[in-house]
Design a binder for this molecule. Structure first.
Ligand code: ATP
Length: 313
């Protein structure tokens, strides 16, 4: 019985990990279920990542074919640049990231990574090349340390701590009852939305993927922590010359991007740098003026830290 129970326990834990990582991916993009229609081609090759250029060519896509969300979309995310996608709610910003991750296939047109149609490369190799910081990071029922190390299971303790320092999480963790050994997730300590977001950034720093996506990744942070974390992220991206895509509502968080793409109803309305778009006096400039008024009100409130939830009873 003893001999049997060991492998069964082991299988059980493998199963739980698998289930949890699927859960991770699903929650990552707020999906109800991963689309089963996306499959590897029989002759799928591993993605050959060179510079890291992403391109949408005449892409039309809808979650239901009769309701297109992206309409004949053309855009290029140049290699090594920090690019932001902005636009009104529901215009398809997060959909662009989901398509790049190949959770769905396009109905028309194609998506290229360094010139390769993503339908021709293996899904695994594509997803390995991408790191995502989602709006809401799923946590494993495990320690903080395990949750960070998930980004790279081979990372040393020092690397875990270094990543958490760079993501401005280390000092917070030091105040937790068991430090890095503190249990989080459903059965552990509840951590705040802002702490979760910094944890997701720590994971990403450890994973160190060539392509990085941030989907409203810092929305739960107070203005001060957000600015500090964003400048830290920017310097890492610059230092490593990574291609990154930021989906954001608050233009304050992305105005220093190399390129800003403004979407409207599933097509590109305009694109350029912040200065170019403000000069153009179009949709971006309108959104910017409206938010700047809001922002000056917010700054007065910004001395508040993001609220840390208390320990679960
Ligand atoms: P927001 O800024 O509000 O996050 P967004 O620009 O990122 O919006 P998407 O999340 O890309 O917008 O969604 C675009 C449209 O597609 C929305 O109308 C949304 O309701 C719809 N949509 C998103 N996910 C699904 C889904 N899984 N099934 C059906 N419709 C969906």
């Amino acid at each position: 019985v003893f001999q049997l129970s060991v492998p069964l326990n082991f299988l059980g834990s493998v199963y739980r990990e698998l289930r949890q990582s699927l859960l991770d991916m699903e929650t990552l993009f707020n999906l109800q279920k991963v689309n089963v229609a996306v499959k590897n081609k029989a002759d799928a090759k591993p993605l050959l990542l060179t510079a890291g250029e992403l391109k949408f060519e005449n892409v039309t896509f809808g979650y239901r074919p009769d309701r297109p969300i992206l309409k004949n979309l053309n855009l290029t995310i140049p290699a090594g640049q920090k690019v932001a996608i902005v636009g009104p709610s529901g215009c398809g910003k997060s959909t662009i990231l989901r398509l790049l991750f190949r959770f769905y296939d396009v109905q028309e047109g194609r998506i290229l990574v360094d010139g390769q149609d993503i339908r021709d490369v293996s899904i695994d190799s594509l997803r390995k090349a991408i790191g995502v910081v989602p709006q809401d990071t799923p946590l494993f029922n495990n320690t903080i340390e395990h949750n960070i190390r998930y980004g790279n299971l081979e990372a040393t303790d020092e690397q875990v701590i270094e990543a958490s320092k760079r993501a401005r999480l280390h000092d917070t963790i030091s105040h937790f009852p068991d430090g890095y050994g503190t249990m989080v997730g459903e059965r552990g300590m509840m951590i705040s939305g802002g702490e979760k977001q910094r944890l997701a950034v720590s994971r990403l720093i450890l994973k160190d993927p060539p392509l990085l996506f941030f989907d409203e990744a810092t929305s739960a942070l107070d203005t001060h922590t957000e600015q500090a974390l964003l400048s830290q992220i920017s310097s890492i991206l610059k230092e490593k010359k990574r291609t990154s895509v930021f989906v954001a509502h608050r233009l304050r968080t992305i105005y220093d991007s190399d390129l800003i793409i403004v979407l409207k109803a599933g097509s590109v309305a305009e694109s350029g740098t912040h200065e170019q778009l403000v000069d153009r006096a179009g949709l971006y400039s309108e959104l910017w003026s409206a938010q700047e008024t809001l922002f000056s009100d917010e700054v007065e409130e910004s001395s508040k830290e993001d609220t840390t939830e208390s320990l679960k009873p």
